[in-house]
Structure formats: C-alpha cells, structure tokens
Design a protein. Sequence first.
Length: 543
Amino acid sequence: MTFFIGVDVGTGSARAAVFDANGRMLSSHKHDIQMWRDGADTAEQSSDDIWHAVCTCIREALAAAEVSADQIAGLGFDAACSMAVLGEDMRPLSVSASGDPVRNVIVWMDQRAKAQAHRINVQGHAVLDYVGGRISPEMQTPKLLWLKEEQPERFARAAQFFDLPDFLTWKATGSLARSACTVTCKWTYLAHEARWDPTYFHQIGLGVLADEGFARIGQEIVPPGTPLGQGLTEEAAAECGLRPGTPVGAALIDAHAGGVGTVGAAGGAGPEATMAYVFGTSACTMATSAKPHKVPGVWGPYYSAMVPGMWLSEGGQSAAGEAIAHLTAKHPAGPAAKEMALGKGLSLQAYLLRTLDQRVDVPSDAARFAESRVIVPDLIGNRAPFADPDARAVIAGLSLDQGFDDLLATYVATVLGVGYGLRQIMAAQKARGVCPSAIVISGGAAQSTTIQQLLADAGGYRVQSPASPEPVLLGSAMLGAVASGHAPRLQDAMTKMSKIDQTFTPSVPHAALHDRRFEAFQMLQKADRLARGLGADQLPQSG
C-alpha cells in the first residue's frame, strides 16, 4: 500500500501524521517547540529546535502507523509564516537582542517591525495592492527592514532568509526553491507576473536584496507540491527514519494547508463557493475566486497561493484561540478551574467546553452564558478587515463576580467575539465581490460541534466540518501525493483525499440576539479607536 506523511509546524508545536491514498489518517504525533518572549512585541524560536521536533514527530508517527519507510511515497510540509535566518555556513544566525545564536527565527506573531510596517504603508507602492492595501508587521519585508536597521551586521552576514515552510523543505532536500505560497503571501512576490518588483525593495530601504538578484530570499519560485531536489537527502532521511530520495513537495503556510485540506472536499460546494477558516492560535480565512478581487484590509489577491490557477483573498484574526486561552487563564477563577480540569485530565478550555455542553440541550443556547459580556479579542491587533496592528481588546459587561460562572461568561463571549470578527471579514469580502456561501472550518480551537454552531450563529454563515480530524496535516500530505506523482494535480488530491462531515446552519431563533451583540461589538471597536485618538473617518463602519 501507498502512504503519505504530512508535517505541520505551528506556533507551539510540530506535528506529523501518516495518511493513506484516500486521506484516512493512520497515526499522528506531536512534539512541543520552544519560544522566547522577552517582551510583548518579541517572539523568537530556534530552527534547530524546530527541525529536531519535526524529525521526532515523523519517526514516532511512522512507528505508530506500523508502516515501513519504503511504503511512504511522498512527504509534505506546512508551517506558520515565521522567518528563519541562516548565516554563511547555513547555520542559525541570531535575530535576538540577547545574541543567543540559537534564537534565529522571528515568529509570525512578533510585532517588532510595527514602525517599519507603518513607514512602508505611508510611502505606498503598487505591490501593496496585492496585500490588501497595507503591509502587516506579521509579514517578512517589515521584519527584514527591522533587521537591516537594528542589526545591520547580522543582516549583512545572513546567507538566506527563509519563510519557515521553505526552511523545512531546504532542510529536507537541500533545495533553495521557495513555494509560491510563502513568497506571494508574505514577501510581496507577484505570482501573477512571476516576478519580484525591485522598485518596492529600493523604495523601502531593502534595495540590496534586489541588487543581489533576490538570491537571499528566493530566485526559484515553484507551485506548492512541486517535487524539490532529489527528494530527501541522506542526512534528512536518517534523521526522520525515512528512505533517501522520498519525494518532497514545495510547502504551504499552515493556514493554506488547512485550506487545501478542506475547500475541495467531496460533498462540499467546491473551492470558489467554500471559504476555509483555520481556527488555531490565530485564525485565517481563505476565500478562492477565479478573478482577482481587491478587498481593503484583506490580504491579497494572491495568485496560485493555495489552489493553483485561482486567486486567494486571505483574512483572519491575529488572536483567536490565543485570545480565548489568555482571557480565561487570566480570569480570577482561571487557576482554580485549571486545577479542576487537570484533575480530570483536561485542558482548561476543554473543561469549560464540557461544562457548557452539560448545561445546554441545544448548542446555540450556549450563547446565553455570555450574558451581557461582549469581547473584542484584538489583543495583538486587527488583521482583517481593518489591517490595524495597534487595535486592542475591549471588554464590556464586567462585574465584581470572580466565580466559575463568570469565567464561563468570559469564555463564551470570547468565542462569540471571534465569530463577530469573522462576520466582519465576510461582509468586507462580499462588498468587493468575494462571495462564498459556506465556511469549512479546521484547526485545534474548532474541534467541537458547540464551537462550530456558535461560530455559525455569530458569523451568520453555514459552517461545515471536514471528516478528517487533522485537515491541516492532510493538506500537507497532499503535497507529498502531488510531488510523488500519485495525484496529477493538487485539485485532484483535494477531491480524492478529503470530504465534508457535518454542516451547521445559523439558528434563526438566535439571530436577533447576535445582531444586537454584533452592534455592541462594533461600538466597542469604535471606542478603542477613539481612545487611541483616531478620527471619526477612521472608525469601523457598521454593517
């Protein structure tokens, strides 16, 4: 039999899974990765630590599946869009104020480049039309500019700047080729014209990269799933427990892998009518269309960044699962509830969710536990539709209650806040001609029918769940299927290897409740912007 391995590197862990040719998962394994936080705006990791975690996961998943290395026909990687920096010896080069050489990865959520992003946006450039009109500090050119300005010697010594997914494929195969997904979505590569724009790099202060012919950020750009090099190198194969030469496909960003693993699923309406929603630490929305649509505040349109030959509009929320985790952990009742959860072998969020399920017969009724509490969960900015990295969380409806029920209110209100943010993204896209009719959801924070129903109710759209328990990993495994030739095209793998399981329709009896709460949600966003001294013409519009 033929099997494929998918590898996913998220914010806090690496995971690997083994799938058969029909998309059935045989096994998976998870291994945590380290992150250093020296301040609110700083997040750093180690590419050596990440690669060690990846190899551990692959070996353990392979052993658990009871599949031999010879049966693995292909391998695919996805990762969060962090930036890995390597020196002339292709060893880690520090990006940290600490000088620690191990810390060579600027994590996607790192906000150190906010000033550089602002400067780039003030200058304006035509390439910004293809990132939603504004560059984000989560993207790589502001981070590169920060490195050049704040650590010029290290910038000069760097041999390669990799998006993390491309670092993984280089480590596996030795190929310096970059995926069109990563460089188009995070580095301003114009995939629809198959080129970098050197005038942008000269304008913002990174002209040296253009003068070098873009050798340090990618000269060979290939579609996701393209076989790289000669497959796994001898060294990488030994580390992973696989066969040398095993085909490796060009990678995807983690959210895009979730999109690939879901939007073409059998039983769904197809990629153009179905928007992927990857709900994890952050949340990403991935809407596909045959023509480009420029949506202010929504990244893109990106050509062939997810589904080959199609345009992608990418939105999302900088804090989603992280907002839920943070606000519940910081609640006065959080520590005691966490102890109770651990006693039952559950995480705090799983314990809160189980309590919620026990208290309602109809999942939509769970919204009433939020009572009058409304939460805007923009703890680290608003990614979409306002492209506002300085936005912050706002909470209404607090009391002096410090008990468990008040903690439950915060939990539910935060989930609903994520849903109202999703509703805003859908409205912004619809106004510009991007009109999916359903949302297919994946990600660790969304693996509950109650959460899926609440998001359908708060967002106002049908929410579908895929049959695969790990659609992000499945999307990566599909890259291996394409690289090995077992699937002629990525679209073929999408249809064959994934399918829709359940559909959740917005509750009509609860519509008025959510309309009222959504209006309050928007008023809180306006309050935040007014508090920051922004004028009325810069306020979010009701919709």
